[in-house]
Design a protein around this ligand. Structure first.
Ligand SMILES: [Zn+2]
Length: 147
């Protein structure tokens, strides 16, 4: 493959989760900046999020991060289930994104319902666990606080 994929260059043995990392930057022909961030929640090759938990976090973070960061294009789960990709138009700092993530995870812990969990609104509506999402969110928050 000739195309260089940034995240394949990252040594996943050297990182320490949880963390936020700027992972990509494209300037469009009209001059807008599109940036990608890794929101790594679990330690690569050691911890993962269960599929039901990451799915529920996806539904919750979709709203919570948009409430805190302007011009979010997408928040999507990593296939390895250790975190999320965040794509934004503009250039929030890593510190700003991390604050938004920490505040969003705190909101996950406090919420009592998951949005869009009907067959009409979701592609696998049976596969959710708010309980597991909150357990992970609490643990990730504690790890962020240690930094
Ligand atoms: Zn869904």
């Amino acid at each position: 493959m000739d195309i260089e994929i940034e995240s394949f260059q990252l040594d996943h043995r050297q990182v320490e989760a949880p963390y936020v990392r700027k992972a990509g930057r494209i300037e469009t022909p009209s001059g807008d900046l599109i940036q990608k961030y890794d929101l790594r929640l679990r330690q690569p090759n050691e911890g993962v999020l269960s599929t039901a938990a990451i799915h529920t976090l996806e539904h919750l973070l979709a709203g919570y991060l948009r409430e805190r960061i302007a011009n979010v294009v997408d928040v999507s789960p990593m296939g390895c289930r250790t975190g999320f990709y965040l794509i934004v138009v503009g250039e929030p700092t890593v510190a700003e994104v991390q604050t938004a993530l920490v505040d969003s995870l705190a909101e996950v812990v406090a919420t009592e319902e998951v949005p869009a969990t009907t067959a009409k609104e979701c592609g696998n509506y049976r596969d959710h666990s708010l309980f597991a999402a909150q357990e992970y969110a609490q643990e990730i928050l504690e790890r962020f606080k240690k930094d």
